[in-house]
Design a protein around this ligand. Sequence first.
Ligand code: CTP
Length: 465
Amino acid sequence: MASLTIRKLDEALKQQLRLRAAANGRSVEDEVRTILRASATVEPTQGIASRSLDADPARDRETRPKRVLLIIGGGIAAYKSLDLIRRLRERGYDTRVVMTKAAQQFVTPLSVGAVAGEHAHLDLFDPATEFDVGHIRLARDCDLIVVAPATADLMAKLAQGHADDLATAVLLATDRPILLAPAMNPLMWANAATRRNVAQLRADGIALIGPNAGEMAEAREAGIGRMAEPLEIVAAVTTRLTPRAQPLTGTHVIVTSGPTHEPIDPVRYIANRSSGKQGHAIAAAAAQAGAKVTLISGPVTIPDPPHMTIIRVESAREMRDAVERALPADVAIFAAAVADWRVASAGVQKIKKGIAGAPQLALVENPDILATVAQRINGRPQLVIGFAAETENVVANAQAKLARKHCDWIVANDVSAESGVMGGDSNTVHVVTNDAVDSWPPASKDEVARRLIARIADALAAQEE
Ligand code: CTP
C-alpha cells in the first residue's frame, strides 16, 4: 500500500486542499481521506471532483466511526495509556493522541504512534502538525476528548483557561465533551487548590472518572489518586458516545437548594449550615437528563451548575415567591434547608448594644414552601419531592413529614455533626414514599443526584403508561 505525505505535495495543491478542507470544516488530513474514499467508490467514468466533497461535517460525524482524542498528561500512570489506546481501538474508536511534554518523559511518541496507528501530536508550534491537522481541528474533529492521566497541573491549567501548549490549547478551543481521568499523589488530590479546580471543572460541565483508591507508584503511599483502569475509562467513553434518549426531555424541573438567610437587621441574619451541594447536584443531574431546570438557590459559595435558569434568593419568603413564579413544573424538588423562623420585625437600622441589655428577638414561622406547593389544587407538579434533614429517628421523622406535607417522596438524610453531610461531599439517604422506604448505600452527592433523577424519570414514565 502506497503512503502519501501531504507535506510533500506541491504548494498550489496544498493550498487548494487547505481551502477545500476549511470550507468543509475538516482537517486537511481528513479532506484527503474523504477524497480518496470518494474516488474509491466512484464509477470509473465519473470524475472525483464532485463526489461528497461538499459533505456536511455534522453528517460526516454521524456516519464515520466515533473519534476519541486522547490527551496524555505527564504522570507515571501514562504507561497505562498505551493499553487505553489499544482498548479504544479494539472497540472501533478512531483514536488520535496528543502528548504533553511531560508525558513524553514517561512514554515515547514512537510507542504511542505504533499503538495508535498514527503519529502522536506533540507540539503547538510544529508546522507539520499544524498543516496536517492544526490544533483547532484536533479540538473539533472528535466526539470526545479524554485526558488520561489528568495531572494536577493539567487540571489547574484547564480550570484557569491556559493555552500554552498543544494539549491546553486543544482543551480550550474545543466544543466537544471532555472526560478527565485524574491521577496524582493522594496529598495532591486532597490539596485545597486541587479541590477548588475540581469543583470549577465540574461546574464547567467537565466529567471526571476516578481517581480510585489504592497503592501509589511511590513506595509506601496509598490513598485516593490512582488513575481509573483503562477498561473503566473505556466504559465511561462508551456511555458517553452511545446515543441515548434523554429521559427528562420536555419536562420542567424546579429545584430549591442551599440555606435561607433571615435578616435580624441590615447586617445580621439567621442561617444554617447547608452548602447547597446536594440541591445543586440534583439540578445538574436533571439538566443532564434533558430537563429544563429552574434552580432557586439561597446564598451559597459553590459554583453555578451549567445549562439552567438560576434564581438567587435570600429569605424563605423570597424563595417561596420565586417558586410560585417558576411554576408550572412537572417535578419540584425541595432540597433547600429553609429557615423555619424569621425575626418578627427585622430592624431597619443596625441594632445597637443598649443599656436594656441583649435584644429579645421575637420569631415567627416562615411559610412552608414544600407543603404549599404539594397542597396546590391547581398546577400541582406531578411529582413533589421533599428532603428531611434529621439528626435522630431519621426514617420515622421522614415518614411523619411525608404525611404532614402531602408530598410524594421524602429524601431523608442524617445531618448530625458526626455524619459530615452538611457541607460534605457524600450523603446516605432513604427515599421514603407512602408504601416503602428505600435505603441507598453511602454515595457522593453527585451519585445520589443521578440516582434520584433516574428514579424520577422512571416514575414519570410509569405515570404516562
Ligand atoms: N421546607 C420548605 N419550607 C420551609 C421548611 C421546609 O419548603 N419553610 C422543605 C425543605 O426544603 C425540605 C422539607 O420541607 O424539603 C423538610 O425540611 P426540614 O427542615 O427537614 O423540615 P421542617 O418542616 O423544617 O421540620 P423540622 O425542622 O421540624 O424537622
